[in-house]
Design a protein around this ligand. Structure first.
Ligand code: AMP
Length: 329
């Protein structure tokens, strides 16, 4: 069975794009593969969060994923810093990573531009830690967005390099996990192509109904079609895309027919979309609040995750130490 690994950044809350574009797939995957999901709190240190923020962000993101249905019994869900084997393997992997190649990675160059006052060594070796996250469980499949593809290639390169240096066939080269036709792209309600955190157009899982209604009602549309079957403007097409995700097919057909007959009232459609989003997200939001407040449950989940992750990680680390030549006397 393939081992699948996915990292979760403890920054910000989940929006509908994250949920329908990534998390929903995790819910299926966790029953079909040997899945590891980890909260990348070591990675987040590159941006120097305060101790309070660091802990709270981990807690928030954990509560959200659990509320969505990630199952700690089915998958291994852990906090990266709870697994010290990762830090040791990271040190070992750093010895075979070259400064030149790290300086050339696009993400590093971007960070240098974005945070010129904080170009720390952790940023430079970020790809080594990412590779370590994957290699520590000898994962074979990694669900990645387009922007992360180069990191996966680097991981494959480090796996190959390690195998070549030590003349072993130890680390598998991980591949991108392909969602195929299940890949959903959630558009923004501001007429833009994508809902995203940095785009500032997100509907968040923790948004209460009033906030959701307000955001949907202000969605960008147009003056309305003037001839039957007119091509939709981006904003209207986006509204329909979101409706398809949260509403019934009958409801979508109703409004599509209205559009094609030039009888659509966008205000009515928005009200419908808002209610369907609210109904979809309400139980998730309530569950987030419940879990976030339940420290005993969260502690149980992270302890269980740490134990399972460490079991897998320590096996790899033991092998690697021996391969490298750290042999017991
Ligand atoms: P981010 O926190 O923006 O890096 O998003 C994490 C993951 O959520 C991405 O790798 C995507 O798989 C998914 N995602 C984010 N935004 C969207 C979106 N608008 N539509 C579909 N998937 C998305």
């Amino acid at each position: 069975m393939d081992t699948v690994l996915s990292g979760i950044r403890p920054t910000g809350n989940l929006h509908m794009g994250n949920y329908f574009g990534a998390v929903k797939n995790f819910l299926k995957m966790q029953h079909e593969y040997n899945c590891f999901f980890f909260i990348a709190d070591l990675h987040s240190l590159t941006t120097h969060p305060t101790p309070t923020d660091l802990h709270d962000n981990v807690r928030k993101v954990l509560a959200e994923y659990l509320a969505c249905g990630l199952d700690p019994e089915a998958a291994t869900i852990y906090v990266q810093s709870d697994v010290p084997e990762i830090s040791e393997l990271y040190l070992l992997m750093n010895m075979n990573a070259y400064v030149g190649e790290l300086q050339r990675t696009t993400t590093f160059k971007e960070k240098m531009r974005k945070q010129p006052d904080n170009v720390n060594a952790g940023l430079l070796t970020y790809p080594v830690l990412m590779a370590t996250d994957i290699l520590i469980h000898r994962a074979t499949k990694v669900p990645v967005g387009k922007d992360q593809k180069p990191h996966l290639e680097i991981t494959a390169k480090y796996a190959r390099r390690f195998n070549q240096i030590y003349k072993v066939d130890y680390f598998p080269e991980p591949e991108a996990f392909n969602y195929g036709k299940d890949l959903v792209k959630v558009p923004g309600l501001d007429g833009s192509g994508k809902m995203g955190k940095s785009e500032g157009n997100g509907i968040y899982l923790i948004d209460d109904p009033k906030v959701i209604r307000k955001k949907v009602m202000s969605a960008v549309t147009d003056a309305g079609p003037t001839e039957p079957h007119q091509k939709m403007s981006d904003g209207v097409a986006n509204l329909f895309t979101i409706m398809k995700i949260v509403s019934t097919p009958d409801m979508v057909k109703f409004y599509k027919d209205k559009y094609n007959a030039c009888e659509i009232r966008y205000g009515d459609m928005k009200k419908q979309v808002a209610e369907d989003i609210v109904n979809y997200l309400n139980p998730i939001r309530e569950r987030i609040q419940e879990i976030y407040a339940d420290n005993d449950y969260l502690r149980k989940v992270v302890n269980m995750g740490a134990e399972k992750a460490r079991e897998s990680a320590s096996k790899t680390l033991k092998d690697v130490r021996e391969i490298i030549g750290f042999k017991p006397f």
